[in-house]
Design a protein around this ligand. Structure first.
Ligand code: YSA
Length: 359
């Protein structure tokens, strides 16, 4: 009776384990476990048959032999099914198939244009300088000859930042005027504040450009964004003059657009220059004959500029009688739009891959 039960248990255990085996190696260990010559569990039962009574032998013998066959065939069936599954897997993997192509990104057009601008100015011996995007009222306006009540502030409406750095009003007001003492912070409306910041720290002669992000609180349309980029330029020395400016700027645009170009200077007004100028370049599409890009004028308006105002030199701690210099500021998006014939500034920030992938 006990031997019956042992065989029954053994059968259940063996068939269950064989069914669950995951690979050929596990099947081999199961074969050794149940049918192994020396220690196999069923082998041991078969070997002990000689000690049984004749009646027991007659009963257990056939059961044990039948189980042996059953385990052997279960092992071989399972092995076959594992092999078939592995062949199927191999057939599904086509090792000769070419790999999936890794998609390569590309630089955003604004990044490439900015890089190109940096390289051109560097080759003209300009240094590249940066300044803070969160700027003080003082540097963004006052130091550039735009006092609190000046109407020019209306042209540059911006986003004001709430400051909560734990300092009391008195502590904030202790800072010097130059540090932007006690003033509210704003998101800079142009890169021009870096002119004064740089001049405070450096002695002329020098020539720099300042690429950077700027912000304006205004309605967006095809040519205006609230967040865009400018490149500021500043050259200061004993006799840096408008003739130098004309040469540098013409050279710059010719290299950027890779062609001979005329430039045109028109009088304009910015509080931080005297005289102030607006710079136009000959239309890069029609060469000046008139087309849809230049609105049939033959010219493209590309930057504001002028000779640095004496009050700006004074704000930076210079004596305006000893020095002179020119400054300019261009809109990066506008230049990229002309270069790549992009009709709407909003495309730059749309995140639309169909747009980005064209560059
Ligand atoms: C003028 C004289 C200097 O000595 C130095 C710099 C300057 C430029 C001055 N700081 C300035 O910001 N002038 S600006 O308001 O006319 O802007 C310069 C350029 O920025 C524009 O020509 C235009 O290309 C771009 N711009 C202005 N508002 C914009 C914009 N681009 C996109 N979206 C806007 N909302």
């Amino acid at each position: 009776m006990t031997k019956d039960i042992d065989i029954k248990r053994l059968r259940e255990d063996a068939l269950k384990s064989i069914k669950a085996a995951a690979d050929a190696a596990s099947l081999e260990s199961l074969r050794v476990k149940f049918l192994g010559r020396k220690e196999g569990e069923l082998t041991k039962i078969l070997r002990s048959l000689k000690d049984f009574s004749i009646a027991e032998k007659k009963k257990i013998g056939p059961l044990a032999n039948a189980l042996r066959q059953e385990i052997e065939s279960a092992l071989s069936e399972k092995l076959k099914s594992l092999q078939a599954a592995s062949h199927k897997l191999q057939a599904d993997i086509d090792l000769t198939r070419p790999g999936r192509k890794v998609q390569r990104g590309s630089l955003h057009p604004l990044t490439s244009v900015e890089k190109e601008i940096r390289e051109i100015f560097k080759s003209l011996n300009f240094s590249v300088v940066e300044g803070p995007e969160a700027e003080s009222d003082y540097y963004n306006f006052d130091a550039l000859n735009i006092p609190k009540d000046h109407p020019a502030r209306d042209m540059w409406d911006t986003f004001w930042l709430r400051q909560n750095d734990g300092r009391t009003k008195e502590q904030k007001n202790k800072r010097t005027k130059r540090q932007g003492g006690g003033e509210r912070l704003l998101l800079r409306t142009h890169t021009s504040p870096v002119q004064v910041r740089y001049m405070e720290q450096h002695k002329p002669p020098f020539q720099i450009i300042v690429p950077g992000r700027v912000f304006r609180y205004e309605a967006t349309d095809a040519s205006h964004e609230t967040n865009f980029h400018q490149v500021e330029g500043l050259m200061v020395g004993k006799d840096a003059n408008l003739a130098n400016f004309k040469f540098v700027i013409r050279e710059f645009f010719q290299r950027l657009f890779k062609r001979k170009l005329s430039i045109r200077l028109r009088p304009s007004y910015f509080p931080f220059v005297e005289p102030g100028l607006e710079v136009d370049i000959q239309c890069v599409k029609c060469g000046g004959n008139g087309c849809n890009i230049c609105k049939n004028s033959g010219w493209l308006e590309v930057m504001g500029a002028g000779m640095v105002h004496p009050r700006v030199f004074e704000a930076a701690g210079y004596n305006p009688r000893d020095l002179q210099g020119f400054a300019f500021g261009l809109g990066l998006e506008r230049i990229a739009m002309i270069k790549y014939n992009i009709p709407d500034i909003r495309l730059f920030y749309s995140g639309d891959l169909r747009f980005i992938k064209q560059f």
